[in-house]
Write a protein that binds this ligand. Structure first.
Ligand code: ATP
Length: 478
């Protein structure tokens, strides 16, 4: 058993970052104790309205290390080592007294939404606390109750930070990724970051176990935040051993310190598979598309699936073309956060399970009696010869298949528009989470061709797989 430390809600949009405070705690406590395992960066429910940015909390373990240490960071030129296992230390109150001045020094108390909290526990609260905090809304009272008898909790202002601090300690990874976070020297905070984009592309190619580095669709490196926080950049990946080498490839401003965090980023832990869509939840639902897509002011694209509208918002950029290309009858799996107003699912990922086939009428049939071209009797009726009045069934017409630009498989927004917790499709494939193919965009030309074919038409009833060009003009033909 070791001491578990959790901290949250110390930063504001104007500066700081709780992970920087974690490096300060690590720097101080490793003078006297051993770090056990990687420090943890635990993302919680991304739909919490009172989060600052990415709803991240941190957790660190300290004890007396057992076995061989490994390097997990460097702070002000000093290597930081951790042990995979540790014996307990009893100085719980003393450790809390050491952490308090660090929390007080670095927290942005000037911001009304910053409500720090930290805990020093002998063990982990129930795992249920983590699952409730990553998927739902937790009260401070129930979070505190789950830590009763486990040690010291301290909070400032309204103390809401305790929820995240305790939930971060409660995390038992079912799936995990890592992020090497690098930090700027104090005098550089709030100045523009210098990072060479070509070096990010090189690193992305050389280290395939990393992810979310470069947004190729929009030609931009996404490893650096755009806020005035102390972070220089972060590289996410599945293999912590390669992250220091990946970091060293990045050209530009040199970090003052770095630390590797074990995280729940990119795990989809926030997604509920069997929940009905309710505000503040992120759900996965499977159903049939039942409307044509609509483009709203601002460029958002909406389509109806089962009981709810699903929306690809403007920031999801090229991903919107996937939704624009859906047709009634397509079967999809949609993942996203439920918004109360407007009531919709804010899409994070979409899988086209099956796409209806679309056919277009090429010509009306010839009359079998006199050879004259027949005339249509309407959308779902057959044909009649204008000369001898012979009736001809509907399926006697010549039809051809229209190629759909939307192949079955998974689609996701470009790298720069993803949520921290969303599992990138690259990881889904690696960990065999999907057997379906993956597409990141659509051929614009194919899309335009389809739209030309379908312009002005209305959908066929579900399940027929037929889109009738006569819906616009019953007398179309040759
Ligand atoms: P950053 O990512 O920049 O560190 P943040 O987005 O994590 O900032 P915080 O400032 O930590 O935002 O604010 C989030 C607040 O919400 C914290 O007080 C945290 O304890 C609380 N919180 C997190 N998850 C939940 C939840 N599921 N239910 C209730 N409160 C939560």
């Amino acid at each position: 058993m070791v001491l578990w430390i959790g901290v949250d809600d110390t930063d504001s949009l104007q500066g700081m970052c709780t992970t920087f405070l974690a490096t300060e705690i690590v720097r101080d406590l490793t003078e006297d104790f051993d770090l056990i395992g990687y420090p943890r960066l635990v993302r919680l429910n991304p739909n919490i309205p009172w989060k600052t940015r990415g709803n991240g909390a941190v957790c660190m373990r300290f004890g007396e290390g057992v076995g061989r240490p490994f390097v997990v960071g460097s702070i002000a030129g000093r290597p930081i080592q951790a042990y995979s296992r540790g014996r307990t230390i009893s100085e719980q109150a003393a450790v809390a007294d050491r952490i308090a001045p660090l929390v007080e020094r670095w927290s942005r108390f000037d911001d009304s939404t910053t409500n720090p909290g930290f805990a020093v526990l002998r063990g982990q609260p129930t795992p249920t606390l983590y699952w409730r905090a990553v998927r739902g809304v937790v009260s401070k009272r129930s979070a505190k109750a789950s830590a009763r008898g486990l040690g010291v909790v301290r909070s400032y202002k309204n103390g809401r930070g305790l929820i995240g601090a305790l939930a971060a300690i409660a995390w038992r990874p079912r799936d995990r990724t890592y992020e090497i976070l690098t930090y700027r020297a104090l005098e550089a905070w709030s100045t523009e970051r210098r990072i060479a984009p070509e070096s990010v592309i090189r690193m992305d190619h050389d280290f395939p176990s990393t992810f979310n580095n470069y947004d190729y669709a929009n030609d931009r490196a996404v490893i650096a935040p755009r806020s005035p926080c102390p972070i220089l950049f972060g590289i996410r990946g599945d293999d912590p051993a390669v992250l220091p080498a990946a970091m060293s490839i990045i050209d530009g401003e040199r970090p003052e310190r770095w630390l590797i965090f074990e995280t729940n980023q990119g795990t989809d832990d926030h997604v509920m598979s069997r929940a009905s869509p309710r505000p503040h939840l992120t759900v996965r639902l499977e159903g049939d598309v039942s409307s044509l897509p609509r483009v709203l002011a601002g460029g958002h694209v909406v389509v109806r699936v089962g009981p709810i509208d699903i929306t690809a918002y403007e920031p999801s950029k090229q991903f919107r073309s996937v939704v624009r290309n859906l047709l009634p009858g397509d079967r999809v799996i949609a993942m996203g956060a439920v918004r109360a107003s407007p009531a919709t699912l804010n899409l994070e990922k979409l899988c086209v399970v099956s796409a209806v086939s679309v056919v277009r009428k090429v010509s009306n049939p010839l009359c079998p009696a006199c050879g004259k071209r027949t005339k249509s009797l309407g959308r779902s009726a057959g044909f009649r010869c204008p000369r001898c009045r012979t009736l001809v069934p509907r399926d006697a017409a010549r039809w051809e298949a229209v190629e759909r630009p939307l192949a079955p498989g998974w689609y996701e927004p470009p790298v720069g528009s993803r949520r921290h917790l969303s599992m990138p499709i690259k990881r889904m494939l690696r960990s065999s989470h999907t057997a379906l193919p993956v597409h990141v965009g659509l051929a614009a030309q194919a899309r335009e061709a389809l739209l030309r074919d379908l312009r002005g038409t209305s959908p066929m009833p579900l399940g027929t797989g037929l889109l009738n060009s006569e819906a616009r003009d019953p007398e179309t033909g040759l």
